[in-house]
Design a protein around this ligand. Structure first.
Ligand code: NAD
Length: 331
């Protein structure tokens, strides 16, 4: 099937082509992210394959539908970047990757926590410059601390298990209880209790109307003083300006984010020779107790291999008129 692949980095091209070896779909790769301006590049492609920062809103979907697109396949779990209702109105099916190594993201969240707590990135920069001083690098033992997990699905449960192994007390908040979370020795509490009791809060819920800016001035004020916030989920979960205020007062003791509300204009590209106009991200990276990574939590050999395999399988199933097991239900 003729498929336009947007936001195609070198690893996307290599790994998707490998997964496509026997299916032999006609893949057309485009470096740029999908927007209304470049949607005509997908003319005649029945399938369009996208990633998290591609624009798949009503306007883009209308253009794609006119050009013959009938399937959107996102190489991600989250699909908040796709207007599923508009896709349904145009008769376009949407598929995602429901299952790929949740270990990739959970392990990365733990890595961010260790890095921000023990100042590992700062220490590494120092030693490269011949500075072996320890002043300013003191962290705390995680053993015995309370870790709050917001969203106890696949990734949240694995994160909880790992933190249990560190000897942490793990508490969680989720409107739907997951027995695997409690089996990991963790217990459910209200969001209020989670915020007020946790030394570390890690976000693992999807971005929805209910969770948008779940971390804001008001919830940060209710959090335990000096707690650390980890976000590997979606940037829109955090009101970044409020987080900056909380960092300035010390209410937030550390922040590590792999996702950022305005990441679409920044992430997945090399901007090191340009002037970055986003003052919020510039302010964030100026804090010694903040770590920002560019949406890389999923980026392991295992996860990417599964993402590409599932994406190709979905396109093949669609072409054959088979059931789409990874279909996002029409809104
Ligand atoms: P999942 O669907 O297995 O789990 C999500 C959990 O969040 C569910 O248990 C759900 O009930 C819960 N939830 C829904 N609304 C909530 C609310 N209002 N408050 C608290 N919890 C709520 O998903 P997952 O595979 O564990 O992935 C979690 C998120 O991680 C994804 O939605 C995605 O945004 C993010 N993610 C990030 C990366 C990355 O590279 N940074 C990669 C993959 C996924």
């Amino acid at each position: 099937m003729k498929t336009a692949v947007f936001s195609a980095r070198r690893y996307d091209r290599t790994m998707l082509a490998r997964a496509n070896a026997s299916a032999r779909h006609e893949l057309r790769f485009f470096d740029d992210r999908l927007t209304a301006e470049n949607a005509p590049l997908a003319e005649g492609c029945e399938a369009v394959c996208v990633f998290v920062n591609d624009v798949v809103d009503a306007e883009v979907l209308a253009i794609l539908a006119r050009q013959g697109t009938r399937l959107i396949a996102t190489r991600s779990t989250g699909y908040n970047h796709i207007d599923v209702a508009a896709a349904g109105q145009h008769g376009i099916a949407v598929v995602r990757v429901t299952d790929y190594s949740p270990y990739s993201v959970a392990e990365f969240a733990v890595g961010l926590l260790l890095a921000v707590n023990r100042k590992i990135a700062r220490a590494s920069v120092r030693t490269r410059d011949g500075n072996f001083d320890l002043d300013g690098l003191m962290g705390v033992d995680l053993h015995g601390k309370t870790v709050g997990v917001v969203g106890t699905g696949k990734i949240g449960v694995i994160f909880a298990r790992i933190m249990g192994g560190f000897g942490c007390h793990v508490v969680g908040y989720d409107p739907y209880r997951n027995p695997a979370f409690e089996a990991a020795g963790a217990r459910y509490v209200s969001l209020d209790e989670l915020l007020s009791s946790s030394d570390v809060v890690s976000l693992h819920c999807p971005l929805t109307d209910q969770t948008r800016r779940i971390v804001n001035a008001e919830t940060l004020a209710r959090a335990k003083h000096g707690s650390i916030l980890i976000n590997t989920s979606r940037g829109g979960l955090v009101d970044t300006e409020s987080a900056i205020q909380a960092l300035k007062t010390g209410q937030l003791g550390g922040l590590a984010i792999d996702v950022y509300e305005q990441e679409a204009n920044l992430f997945f590209q090399d901007l090191s020779s340009t002037i970055i106009r986003d003052d919020i991200i510039q302010r964030l990276v100026s804090f010694p107790n903040v770590i920002v990574t560019g949406h890389q939590a999923f980026f392991t050999v295992e996860a990417i291999g599964q993402i590409m395999q599932t994406t190709i399988e979905s396109i093949t199933a669609f072409e054959r008129g088979e059931e789409l097991v990874n279909r996002v239900p029409p809104a």
